[in-house]
Design a protein around this ligand. Structure first.
Ligand code: HH2
Length: 281
């Protein structure tokens, strides 16, 4: 039976929330950026950002993932200074941490993560899996917070065996985590859909997700509005809702415990219907 949790429970153990809810979690995306690939500029204004956060929570988001620097691998996301990233987050973070769901900070910088943890975020989302900023692992260990380790690479190479590459990347990140003193039960693994991957490799990541169940950690998939959908059926980012929902449903079938979505209401509804059909079997 589901029980209610407050956001401090989540910092104890990601599995606590998963077990308590007994269903996949939906992480709602909040981009306080001018240049995110699908919604850049829409939520740069603090009022628009907090209103969007409220909508995401009302729609059923279990976690809010806030980012102030686009991670867009191709198409030239502008690198943002520490000061600028913090300035974008400052008017938003203190408000969204009061909404009753845990907030994760999506950043490449340990200094930004530390600042966000000081201001109420309780999860670190590192799209370089502890392998970019040398201070990230130490920070996560010291604060004892959950961390999302996402696979990434600079460029896509169709010749790469993406499943094997992600497996060794995860192993390397887990070794870094262990050496830093991060408890294994604080870790979530994410194959990083669209990051340094061809469209086919992104599809493979979802189809072969069960490969990484062997690490014994919850798996997160963020397929929302990503380019592989356009590769299957040409569409602008804002027109990829059907593909995003389909990808997340299949990801859950293949073992994902958390999906990262811009469009929370349809994702929550689709997951609930899929679960109900599964239960009726
Ligand atoms: N995808 C994006 C950003 N952060 N974090 C995790 N763990 N997994 C993902 O798949 C992931 C992520 C890209 O999406 P978005 O935040 O909308 O775009 P941008 O990075 O351009 O702001």
């Amino acid at each position: 039976m589901a029980m209610s949790l407050n956001h401090s429970d989540f910092s104890v153990d990601v599995l606590t929330l998963l077990l308590a809810k007994a269903r996949p979690l939906v992480m709602g995306v909040l981009n306080v950026t001018p240049d995110s690939f699908s919604d850049g500029g829409r939520f740069l204004d603090p009022q628009a950002a907090t209103a969007q956060a409220r909508r995401l929570v009302a729609a059923g988001a279990d976690i809010l993932d806030v980012g102030a620097e686009s991670t867009r691998p191709y198409g030239g996301a502008v690198r943002v200074s520490l000061e600028e990233e913090r300035a974008r987050l400052t008017p938003v973070l203190s408000d969204i941490v009061t909404l009753g769901v845990p907030v994760s900070i999506d950043t490449l910088k340990a200094d930004v993560a530390a600042w966000a943890l000081d201001h109420g975020a309780t999860i670190v989302n590192d799209v370089w899996g502890l392998q970019r900023d040398p201070n990230m692992a130490g920070l996560v260990a010291e604060r004892g917070v959950p961390v999302i380790i996402m696979h990434n690479r600079e460029t896509a190479d169709p010749a790469v065996d993406i499943v094997a590459e992600i497996t060794s990347f995860f192993q390397r990140s887990l070794d870094i985590a262990q050496r830093a003193g991060i408890a294994r039960e604080r870790i979530v693994l994410d194959p990083g859909i669209g990051f340094g991957k061809t469209a086919e490799q992104s599809l493979t990541c979802i189809a072969r997700l069960d490969t990484w169940r062997g690490f014994g950690r919850p798996l997160l998939v963020g397929a929302s509005r990503k380019r592989f959908i356009h590769w299957i059926m040409p569409s602008d980012p804002m027109e990829r809702l059907g593909g995003s929902v389909a990808a997340h449903l299949l990801a859950v079938e293949c073992g994902a415990s958390i999906v990262r979505a811009h469009d929370v209401a349809p994702t929550v509804q689709a997951l609930a219907v899929a679960a109900a059909i599964r239960n009726a079997r």
